[in-house]
Write a protein that binds this ligand. Structure first.
Ligand SMILES: *Cc1c(COP(=O)(O)O)cnc(C)c1O
Length: 226
C-alpha cells in the first residue's frame, strides 16, 4: 500500500517538475509520519524515503529513540521552549521557528551538544488566525538577523502552510509570497536557500512555485487515525 502510494506521489512530482522546468534532484520529499506506527515509517524507509517529519515533540522523541534506521528527521510542528531539548537532539531540520524566544532556546540547547541546528522560519502567508507562523515583517527581519548571528543556528529556509481550500490561486499566492520573501532576504545578504511548502492537497502547485522540501503525509500513509 505505502509503496504504491509513494509511486503515485513520485510520478506526480516528476510531472510537476517537467511542467515547471525543474530538476527532481532539487526537491526533497519528506514523509510526514505523525500518528503513524513505527512499522509504517520503516516500510516507507525500505522503499527509499530517507526524510521523515513529525509535528509533536513527545511523539518525535519516542520515534527517534525507537527507530534505528538511518533517517533524516524533520520537526515540523509548533514547538514549546520546554520541549526544545528533545527535538534538537535528533532533528536535522526544525521547520517551525516562529519566535525569538524559541530561536534563543534552540540556539542554547544546540550549543550544549555542540551542534549547529538547521532551521526554517515559519511564515504565516495566508493570514489565517488559526495558523502559526510569523506575519509581521519587522518581526521576520529581527528573527532572521538573530538567527544569522547565532553561533549554533543555521537559517536555511522558510516554511509555510497554505490554507486548505480548493481555490488554486489562493494557494499559489501563499507560495509566491514565501518565495518573494526568500528573495528579499537574500538580496539583503542572508543565504536562505530552502522553501518548505506543499502538502498532500497542494504539493504540485508548490513545486511549480519553487518548493525545495515537500511535507507529505496523507498521500503516502493514507488518512490518519487520531
Ligand atoms: C500534517 C502536516 C503535513 C502533512 O499533511 P498532509 O495533508 O497529510 O500531507 C505537512 N506539514 C505540517 C506542518 C503538518 O503538520
Amino acid at each position: 500500500m505505502i509503496a504504491e502510494r509513494i509511486k503515485i506521489v513520485e510520478k506526480k512530482i516528476d510531472e510537476a517538475c517537467t511542467r515547471a522546468g525543474r530538476n527532481r534532484s532539487e526537491i526533497t520529499l519528506i514523509a510526514v509520519s505523525k500518528t503513524q506506527p513505527n512499522e509504517a515509517i520503516i516500510e516507507a524507509f525500505n522503499y527509499g524515503i530517507k526524510d521523515f517529519g513529525e509535528n509533536k515533540a513527545q511523539e518525535f522523541k519516542r520515534k527517534t529513540d525507537e527507530i534505528k534506521e538511518k533517517i533524516t528527521w524533520h520537526f515540523i510542528g509548533h514547538l514549546q521552549t520546554n520541549k526544545v531539548k528533545d527535538v534538537v537532539k535528533s532533528a536535522e531540520f526544525i521547520h517551525s521557528v516562529d519566535s525569538l524566544k524559541l530561536a534563543k532556546e534552540i540556539n542554547k540547547r544546540a550549543a550544549k551538544i555542540d551542534k549547529k541546528q538547521k532551521i526554517f522560519l515559519e511564515i504565516n502567508t495566508s493570514g489565517e488566525e488559526s495558523k502559526f507562523g510569523l506575519r509581521n515583517e519587522d518581526e521576520i527581519w529581527e528573527l532572521a538577523e538573530f538567527c544569522s548571528g547565532a553561533a549554533n543556528l543555521e537559517l536555511v529556509g522558510l516554511m509555510t502552510m497554505a490554507p486548505f481550500v480548493s481555490d488554486e490561486e489562493t494557494i499559489r499566492n501563499c507560495f509566491r509570497s514565501l518565495k518573494n520573501l526568500k528573495e528579499k532576504l537574500n538580496l539583503a545578504g542572508f543565504a536562505v536557500s530552502e522553501l518548505s511548502m506543499g502538502m498532500t492537497n497542494d504539493y504540485e502547485i508548490a513545486i511549480e512555485e519553487g518548493a525545495t522540501m515537500l511535507r507529505i503525509g496523507t498521500a503516502i500513509f493514507g488518512s490518519r487515525n487520531y
